[in-house]
Every structure is written in C-alpha cells, then in structure tokens.
Design a binder for this molecule. Structure first.
Ligand code: GAR
Length: 209
C-alpha cells in the first residue's frame, strides 16, 4: 500500500473519510501521518484516537519555507510516499510542490477551473450558478491549477447560503476524495507509474534499506 500523509488545518472531515476508506478491503493506500499547521485542529484528536501518528506545528512566527520544511520532514520521517491535502489552508512554496509533483493531491470546493482560491461557495451562489461541486487535483506550483483527477457535482438550491452549500459539498467530497485517491494511487502498482519508479529508485540507492 502507498504510505500517505494527510495535511489538515481544520475539522478534518475529509481526512476522516480518507482514513476510514483506507480500512476497506483492497485500499491502495494507508495513512501513516496526519499533520497540521493548527495545533488544536480537531481532526488531530480523531486521528490520534484512531491510532494514526500526528504532528502539529503552527506557522505563526515562521517563514513559509521554514514551515514547509518542518511539515515535509514530518511526512518523510513517517515514511510518506504521497501527501494528501485535506482542508490544508496554506499555500506551499513552489520548491515543495515541485519535489512532490505527482505525489501531492488536494481537494478544492468548486468545479475547477471555476473559482480557484477562497470563498468558492459564496462566489458560486452570487454568480447564480445552478451547479457547484468539488474537484480533486494534483498540486502544482500554481494555486488550484494542477491536473484535475476527479469531480463531483452538487446542485445549488433555492435559499442556499454559503454555509448550507458548504455542508452539502463536504458530504459529496467525502464520497469523491477516497475514491479518486484510491484510483490514482492504485496505479502506483503499475511499473510505468511515477510512484513505482520513485520506489524502485529509492531501493536502488545505497544505504536506503
Ligand atoms: C473542504 O470543503 C475542502 O474542500 C476545503 O476546506 C474544507 C475542509 O473541510 N478546502 C479548501 O478550501 C482548500 N482551499 P474538512 O477539514 O472538514 O475536511
């Protein structure tokens, strides 16, 4: 199974969905770490209660590259081969995203390429959209612009507020994210897949095993 680290900043409901889905038969991945830039993020408690390693370090008072480096080291120390961003509300340095290219995924609450950035639910309602949703994409150095791996639609209904819509989008996200992660990382067993190549390379390097 592919070892994954999940980065969160908040409630971590997507992390919980990913964690429980990883316990289903035939899961392509396991969760080796849940890490956060918010030390009191409630998702950390859930992960710890489920026996998953946790790590927290506030970004406050740290430069972006320094904080990224601490988070990255925590992922490496846990043996992570892939990083899954799940409500991680920090923009990462291009150096970090480049090092994990093809091995870092994010979920974004809109039908990309619409509404990159923040306040996606409010913007969709104000635009008069009938359909909204969520996207899982590979992380690239440009914000919310990496290759889209999967999307799910959520109808906007009369009287929806950003909060009511966000709640329904999250329920949909919990269906989408584990499925897309599983499909994407399932391909890691294909010898032509990037993750497999990286593993082979690591095994071939002296002193790594
Ligand atoms: C999710 O809706 C996710 O799509 C969004 O934050 C929420 C996290 O909820 N992410 C972003 O807005 C990223 N820019 P959770 O902590 O309960 O999983």
């Amino acid at each position: 199974k592919v070892k994954t680290a999940i980065f969160i900043s908040g409630g971590g409901t997507n992390m919980a969905a990913l964690l429980y889905a990883s316990r289903l038969p035939n899961s392509a991945y396991e969760v080796v770490l849940v890490a956060s830039n918010v030390p009191d993020a409630s998702g950390l408690g859930l992960a710890a209660a489920e026996g998953v390693g946790t790590f927290a370090r506030s970004h406050q008072g740290m430069s972006r590259p320094d904080h990224d480096a601490v988070m990255e080291q925590a992922a490496r120390d846990a043996g992570a081969e892939c990083i899954i961003l799940a409500g991680y509300m920090r923009i990462l340095t291009p150096e970090f995203t480049e090092r994990w290219q093809g091995r870092m995924l994010n979920i974004h609450p809109s039908l990309l390429p619409k509404y990159r950035g923040l306040e996606t639910h409010k913007r969709a309602i104000e635009a008069g959209d009938k359909v909204h949703g969520a996207s899982v994409h590979l992380v690239s150095s440009e914000l919310d612009a990496g290759e889209v791996l999967g999307q799910i639609e959520v109808r906007i209904t009369q009287g929806d507020t950003p909060e009511t819509l966000a709640d329904r989008v999250k329920i949909a996200e919990h269906q989408l994210y584990p499925r897309v992660v599983n499909e994407y990382l399932g391909r890691a067993n294909d010898p032509e897949h990037l993750l497999q190549k990286i593993r082979d390379l690591a095994l071939a390097l002296p002193g790594t095993h």
